[in-house]
Design a protein around this ligand. Structure first.
Ligand code: JFZ
Length: 404
């Protein structure tokens, strides 16, 4: 891992924000395409996109209180509407009803809350006919399209201060999905040099054909992949990336299980919220994030900066999964032992001490034949969400945890 990448696994947890013109229609961020709305019809929405309650500070404060360490916001999604100031198009929030540079307000709010700043940028742009025609049918128009989006990327990398993450998306074209030199067609190599010169230390994801600093499995938590690879899974907290009427936040326990699985696999979690047209994150999404954040305040040590494990995470103990950091292991007690005792028989290491995270309550630890026994857990689980026990071993644990 390179120095400029070191903060990423330690940060572990970010807020993804899908918000834009599509939020007005309340049917997700693909509505323009899926409902076959023409650009002339769709673009009328810009005259009524004037969110009265947009406060980036509230988003950033929620992210911090949720235990998140970075944010990624859609500066431009596939619909082509820019939430930032651009001299290359009038289809921006600055030049339409709101007259606001939402990306500027967002990056400032992130920094005020001590969060790293991520920008989502879609290369795919449904406003541009050349995108649909492709480089073979419309080479000159395609070249102009590539120059357009390259110019916008330069604006984002130049005019908004230090950007920590560039989250590319949509670098695909209907006729080119199997094309072997996709990155060439998106001018990825030249753009990457410019981006990394403008923003030294920026992390770029794996969706552009550029050199990827991290991979982005979507709606799944990866277990395999090269040990050296940085991975960030992106999940929706509800059932839609962009705001959808009637959408509901997924149940808290599934979000908690995903946080735990990411800790135990050494994977970052980018958890998406979908602000309504007025810029307000739905209350059920806020409540779920804050509840998980209260648990992370007590148990974050078991979550931030944890390592990869081999074999890929599954449960190494009857009580629940385990994350590791150096010579420390963290047991997520999802099945609480009625007799207050836990048996660790599969680990290659012995453990010399144990305590309950959060409360610090020390537990007794001793060897019993070929396994370690932990005793002293109270009858009631110390943590009403999920108790985590910190175990100290005599040597580093990762990546192999289990006895051969
Ligand atoms: C893309 C976008 O189309 C979507 O709107 C959202 O922004 C999401 C985070 O990213 O969705 C994808 C991208 C890639 C795949 C599937 C959905 N994929 O590679 O299977």
């Amino acid at each position: 891992m390179l120095d400029y990448q070191k903060w990423f696994p330690e940060a572990r947890y970010g807020m993804f924000i899908h918000w834009g013109l599509y939020s007005l229609l309340g049917r997700g961020e693909w509505v323009m395409h899926l409902d076959d709305i023409s650009p002339s019809e769709y673009n009328k929405l810009a005259s009524s996109f004037n969110p009265g309650h947009f406060e980036a500070e509230k988003w950033a404060r929620l992210a911090r209180e949720a235990g998140m360490k970075y944010m990624v916001m859609t500066a431009k999604h596939h619909d082509g509407f820019c939430l930032f100031d651009s001299k290359y198009t009038d289809f921006t929030s600055v030049k339409t009803a709101s007259g606001r540079d939402f990306v500027r307000e967002y990056v400032e709010a992130c920094r005020n809350e001590g969060l790293k700043v991520g920008i989502y940028f879609s290369c795919k742009d449904w406003q541009i006919p050349a995108y649909f025609q492709g480089p073979e049918k419309a080479p000159e128009q395609w070249a102009a399209f590539i120059e357009y989006y390259g110019n916008q990327l330069t604006e984002l990398m130049t005019n908004y201060g230090k950007i920590d993450i560039l989250w590319f998306d949509g670098c695909d074209q209907p006729d080119l999905s199997s094309y072997p030199y996709k990155s060439f067609l998106w001018n990825a190599a030249e753009l990457e040099v410019k981006i990394r010169r403008l923003q030294p230390g920026i992390l770029i994801n794996n969706r552009s054909g550029m050199h990827a600093d991290f991979s982005t499995p979507e709606q799944e938590i990866p277990r395999n992949g090269p040990l050296s690879e940085l991975r960030e899974c992106c999940l929706t907290i509800s059932r839609s990336w962009g705001y959808a009427h009637g959408d509901r936040c997924r149940d808290f326990d599934s979000i908690l299980n995903e946080l735990t699985a990411c800790a135990c696999n050494g994977v970052n979690l980018l958890l998406n919220v979908s602000p309504d047209p007025d810029g307000v994150i739905p209350a059920d999404q806020q409540n779920t994030l804050l509840k998980a954040g209260s648990w992370l305040k007590r148990n974050g040590e078991a979550f931030y900066g944890t390592e990869r494990q081999l074999p890929p995470w599954w449960e190494y103990n009857s009580c629940g999964p385990v994350s590791t950091k150096g010579n420390l292991a963290y047991l997520f007690v999802q099945r609480y032992p009625l007799d207050g005792r836990i048996f660790l028989g599969k680990f290659k290491n012995n453990f010399s001490s144990a305590c309950v995270l959060g409360s610090g309550q020390r537990l007794s630890v001793f060897r019993d034949g070929n396994r370690t026994v932990i005793e002293g857990l109270p009858k009631e689980a110390p943590d009403d969400i999920c108790t985590v026990i910190r175990l100290e071993s005599e040597m580093a644990l990762s990546p192999w945890l289990l006895k051969k």
